[in-house]
Design a protein. Structure first.
Length: 302
C-alpha cells in the first residue's frame, strides 16, 4: 500500500542522512596493517545489523508473532499446524522485507561512497608499486598499502600508485553497491509479482480487503483504548470514590494505609481463572475488596 511505500522511503532517506553524518563525524581509518579490515568491516556490518534488529523490534507483526507462543492455550487455537507454519513463514518474510530496508540502504550507500571499502581492503589491493623499490619486503609492502587511505602517510614517490589504488577500490565498491541495489529491486519486484499471481483475490477485491483490514485495525485500536479506559475508570472510582473528570463531585473516598500498600509496588500479570487475568495491583484490589472505608464530602471542612 501507499503507507508502506511512504514509510520505506522515509526510512531510506533517514538512513542515508544518518550514514552521511555518521561517516563525517566518526569514521577515521587507522591506516595500519590488520586494523583496516576490522575497522572497515565493523563500520559496514555493525550498523547494518543494528538497523536490522531495530527494524524487527519496531514492527508490530514481530511481537504479534512471538507474544504468547508458550501459552498453554496456544495449542488449542491452532489445530491446522501446516497452515499455521505457512502463515508464520509468510509473516516472517513480510517482517524481514520491512526490516531490511534500513540495513540494505546503509550497505548500498556506504559501498557507493567507497570510503569504508577502501579502508578495509587497501592492504590487499593488487597494485605493483614496488617496482620503484625492488628490494621491498612483503610485510613492508602491506604496511605501505595499509597507509594508502591516509594520503599524509604515503611517500611522495608513491602518490601516483596510491591514486590508482584508491580509484580501483572505489570502482569495486561502487559496482558492488549498484549490484546490491539491482539485486534488491529485482527481488522485491519478483516477490510482488509472485504474491499477486498466487493471490486468491482479484485486483479490486484485494484492494477492498486491504482497506477493510486497515479500517478494522483503526476501529479496534479506538475501541481498545475506550474499553480499557472505561474498565480502568471503574476501579479508580472504587478506590477514590469518584469518576475522574466529573464536575460535581459530592464526596471522595479516603483510602487506608493498607489499601495504599496493596496497590503499590511491582506485580506481574496475574491469572485469576482459566479465562481472565488481573492486569494490575489496583485491578486485583478492586475485584477482591468490598466498597467501604472513610468518605469525605467535598463541601465539608476536613
Amino acid at each position: 500500500g501507499k503507507e508502506v511505500v511512504i514509510a520505506n522511503a522515509i526510512i531510506a532517506i533517514l538512513t542515508i542522512g544518518g550514514q552521511q553524518l555518521f561517516s563525517f563525524f566518526t569514521f577515521s581509518c587507522p591506516c595500519h596493517v590488520g586494523q583496516n579490515l576490522i575497522y572497515g568491516l565493523a563500520f559496514l556490518g555493525v550498523p547494518a545489523l543494528i538497523l536490522l534488529l531495530v527494524g524487527y523490534a519496531l514492527n508490530n507483526q514481530t511481537w504479534r508473532l512471538v507474544t504468547g507462543k508458550r501459552s498453554p492455550l496456544e495449542g488449542q487455537t491452532t489445530p491446522n499446524q501446516l497452515l499455521q507454519c505457512k502463515l508464520v513463514c509468510f509473516v516472517l518474510c513480510s517482517i524481514t522485507g520491512r526490516a531490511l530496508v534500513a540495513p540494505v540502504t546503509w550497505l548500498a550507500v556506504t559501498l557507493i561512497n567507497g570510503s569504508y571499502y577502501v579502508c578495509a581492503v587497501s592492504e590487499y589491493v593488487p597494485v605493483h608499486y614496488y617496482e620503484a623499490n625492488p628490494n621491498i619486503t612483503a610485510s613492508e609492502r602491506r604496511r605501505i598499502l595499509a597507509a594508502f587511505p591516509c594520503s599524509q602517510l604515503v611517500p611522495p614517490e608513491l602518490t601516483r600508485a596510491r591514486d590508482e589504488a584508491i580509484l580501483l577500490l572505489r570502482y569495486q565498491s561502487q559496482v558492488a553497491g549498484w549490484l546490491l541495489i539491482a539485486v534488491v529491486v529485482i527481488t522485491v519486484f519478483l516477490s510482488y509479482c509472485l504474491a499477486s499471481c498466487f493471490s486468491p483475490l482479484s485486483f479490486l477485491h484485494f484492494r477492498y480487503w486491504s482497506s477493510y483490514v486497515h479500517n478494522e485495525q483503526e476501529l479496534f485500536d479506538e475501541a481498545t483504548d475506550q474499553h480499557s479506559r472505561l474498565y480502568a475508570m471503574q476501579h479508580v472510582k472504587k478506590f477514590f470514590g469518584f469518576v475522574p473528570g466529573s464536575e460535581n463531585v459530592k464526596e471522595i473516598r479516603i483510602p487506608s494505609l493498607r489499601e495504599w500498600q496493596a496497590i503499590s509496588g511491582l506485580a506481574f500479570l496475574k491469572r485469576v481463572d482459566a479465562e481472565h487475568y488481573d492486569y494490575s495491583l489496583l485491578h486485583d484490589w478492586a475485584l477482591k475488596e468490598s466498597v467501604n472505608g472513610k468518605y469525605l464530602k467535598t463541601d465539608e471542612d476536613p
